[in-house]
Design a protein around this ligand. Sequence first.
Ligand SMILES: [Mg+2]
Length: 422
Amino acid sequence: KTFIRPRHGCVFLWRLLADIVFIVDESTSIGNKNFQLVRSFLSSIVSGLEVGLTNVRVGIATYNDTTTARAYLNTFHDKEEILQFIKNLPYNRGGTKTGAALDFARKEIFIEQKGRRKGVQQVAVVITDGESQDDVTDQAKLLRRTGVTVFAVGIQNASKPELDMMASHPPESTELLQIAGDPKRTVFVGNFDALKSINKGIITDICTSDGKENELPCLTARKRENILRFLCSVSAACEDVQTDIIFLTSIFERIPAKEYQTMKDFMKSVIHKSTIGRNKVHFGVMQFSNDQQRVLPLNRHYSKEDMSKAIDEMQQVNKSTHTGKAITEATKYFEAIQGGRPDLRQSLIVITDGKAEDYIVRPAAALRAKGVVIYAIGVLDANPAQLLEITNSPDSVFNARNFDALKDLENRVILKLCEPTG
Ligand SMILES: [Mg+2]
């Protein structure tokens, strides 16, 4: 079942048909206070899901030396019941046999007799401080092999020094990776207090429409929150919207190939989440350097496949310092003669590190005067003043700390692109 709710000319599609089992570490190392935060975390996630026997089914197991099924996938019939249950979720302390818990989940919970549905997405969310006393690798593999997507939420023991928490690869992350099998499905929160801020992020980031915060199972886009994003499978999409969108990449120092690829992936992903076609959304891409430019006009491709292919074929160019000039150049590609549809809503998305050496105020104002809305995505240490000069509106400025963080902006950018102009 697909839920569609309109929001400003965009729709959220959340394909919330899933069987989700939370596998919760209740060992002594977690501690009373932190276990209470785990309860709140679970409540917050469950609150945001369309829980019910026909939509999202939720199961819960806790484990120490042994694993206890607290709820099977067919135990609860409604959200209130399960929230009440989570409030009183027992905490018994003890050892940490994460591998055994995964084994238990596979054999005792993710089974049809206990409510597992055929043809429905199977998800396990393991919440642990990552200090298992048994091997997790093989058991995690076995569980994944039965078609269960496994997420690992790592929680750092609050007693550990903060420095450790800041490390890019905390020791516990290895175990999380073993559990989840893919770094994209690991979430590391520095400590239990950080769970609170994730909860907040869930609710505030893209789910605040209509003021009914908890009702919307959508989740934020921050890197650490992949798990939450996945659980909601939110995809924002421009549907039934006719609009022209051009990406202008203006990155001044030569960036590593990996980051260049990340930027391409970002563009492809935004395109992928939109409905493109002759009478729908058109995309164009422009890439500038000081001595060459590459332009993919708005009327070149009308399918996602062709657009993706064209982006894949883009080659990295040397540095460019003339964003102002590039914006002026972009102006003509919004015109009808170059394939634009000036009667429709038109947007330019400038991806920049904000270090233009020419004047950008006037070219940007001229383009805006033609009715084109300009968005600026600043990466790395982009100069905020310059981003604001480009857009003339703080609401149209997005910041990505680094290239990886671009990924996190997708849904927010898409929502902006599809908001009504008036
Ligand atoms: Mg432990």
